[in-house]
Design a protein around this ligand. Structure first.
Ligand code: EPZ
Length: 435
């Protein structure tokens, strides 16, 4: 398996500039939205991450043709004809966001057979709200042999109130409603920037959506949608990850091509913990860490609250705070697996139900650790920056799903980091450096 090794003679103090990539959680629904039209869609600022390739493999099986120009980070994609309506288990298992093809497929072709995503390292991850919403839009759905089998002559607009805020649930239903007959009123919508950006893409494609950015969306179905050019928004979680890297190392980082408004909850917490965050230009943030890091009480919440995808990164920051911090995870039921790995590095963390109590300041020492999910991997990379000695992070396939060239970005900041094949018998072969 591939691993990353970080050499840390003494804790790093990161200084310099980092350019943030496009958002994984914005490009995945945007690719799914291309199923709604037979015209060509051009997406720019596409992040070169593993999940994009997985999604492109999936939509190709459904009938898409595409060209991804990695140099210009531009994706041209068209689905002239749906040639299959099956999203197979092997792909859905590899990436839960595959569920995002359910709504568009059903709306475009009247049929969809999508494997149930199942749970993952961070929680049970049900999709009952996706299913019940599509049923309200007139689809017949049944679950057989681990697949959602859905049919609909033509979806019909309805009034739907989501029991919980669900990001991909909102996205699936908005996409389905865009081709439904009549008006759909969707209440208690997720407000994440990725949801807003998807709605903006759909409107550019010819959809009629009112209330974008609010909890109630009114969607008037169209007969068809058209092609368009759309820029993927910056990744607010990658932004937050590098903001924490600066705070954690007492550094001074300039983050370029960011959307400051999307990281306000992160900025607020970092300022309370002692960092300075200034917006030096429309899309530039400068983050200066402080000598002393103050403890925090954090509770994750749907946007614009504190993002669950930043919980793991803040946990490692809190190991260096002077005092006791509490992190309450309200979104997922099993999102503390990174705590066990931080303990191996010397952290002092106790888990009590949905709360993690972190006592700091504890010096961390390098060790071999295991990545369990995407954001846990990011947390362990951050820990490696301050854990003296070598830190080896195994199973970094998780990291590659959502961070574009993270070791290159860190290397440019002076971090000694290398990717290698860890075949467990200490005979390390360097992995080929990914272009
Ligand atoms: C999206 O996942 C993101 N993924 C996740 O990012 C993110 O952590 C999550 O939203 C929360 O912000 C993508 O956008 C591709 P939810 P999603 O539906 O849509 C419950 C990352 O690291 N729920 O908003 O799957 C669910 O169990 C990933 O980039 C139901 O009960 O999350 C959870 O408790 C990890 N029934 C809550 O809602 C449903 O039908 C929020 O989940 C759907 C969700």
């Amino acid at each position: 398996m591939e691993a990353l090794r970080i050499y840390t003679e003494k804790p790093y103090c990161l200084r310099g500039e980092v350019t943030i990539s496009g958002a994984k959680n914005a490009v995945l629904p945007a690719i799914a939205a291309c199923l709604l039209t037979e015209d060509r869609v051009e997406l720019t600022n596409v992040p070169l991450v593993k999940d994009v390739h997985t999604m492109l493999t999936l939509v190709s099986e459904l009938g898409a043709t595409y060209h991804l120009d990695e140099g210009y980070k531009t994706l041209n994609l068209e689905v002239k004809k749906i040639k299959s309506t099956q999203a197979p288990y092997k792909l859905v298992r590899a990436m839960r966001a595959s569920i995002l093809v359910l709504g568009p497929l059903l709306a475009r072709s009247g049929r969809a057979t999508v494997a149930l995503p199942g749970g993952c390292a961070i929680g049970t991850r049900p999709v009952d709200l996706h299913i019940s919403g599509l049923q309200k839009l007139g689809a017949n759905l049944k679950i057989e042999h681990g697949y959602i089998i859905a049919e609909a002559e033509r979806l019909k607009g309805a009034e739907i109130e989501l029991e919980k805020k669900t990001v991909t649930g909102t996205e699936n239903l908005v996409m389905a409603a865009c081709l439904a007959r009549g008006e759909t009123i969707l209440k208690n919508c997720a407000l994440e920037p990725e949801v807003v950006s998807l709605c903006e893409l759909l409107v550019k494609m010819g959809a009629k959506i009112d209330g974008i950015g609010e909890e109630t969306l009114r969607i008037t179905g169209a007969r068809q949608l058209g092609g368009v050019k759309h820029r993927i928004i910056p990744d607010r979680i990658e932004t937050g990850t590098f903001m924490v890297a600066s705070a954690l190392t007492g550094g001074d980082l300039v983050l370029k091509e960011v959307e400051p408004q999307h990281v306000e909850a992160i900025t607020n917490k970092l300022v309370i913990a002692g960092s300075q965050v200034e917006q030096s230009d429309r899309n530039i943030l400068r983050v200066k860490g402080s000598e002393e890091i103050k403890p925090l009480d954090i509770t994750t919440a749907p946007y614009p609250g504190f993002p669950t995808d930043m919980q793991a990164q803040f946990m490692v920051l809190m190991t260096q705070a002077n005092g006791r911090s509490i992190i309450t995870e309200t979104i997922f039921d099993r999102r503390f697996s990174h705590a066990n790995e931080l303990l191996r590095l010397g952290a002092c963390i106790e888990i009590e139900g949905d709360k993690a109590i972190i006592k700091g300041k504890t010096p961390l020492s390098g060790a071999e650790v295991m990545a369990t999910d995407l954001r846990a991997s990011a947390c362990l990379v951050l820990a490696g920056l301050i854990a003296t000695g070598q830190t080896t992070i195994n199973e970094i396939e998780h990291l590659d799903r959502g961070y574009e060239k993270i070791e290159e970005k860190l290397r440019q900041l002076g971090v000694k980091i290398e990717r290698f094949i860890n075949n467990n018998n200490n005979n390390y072969k360097k992995a080929e450096v990914k272009s």
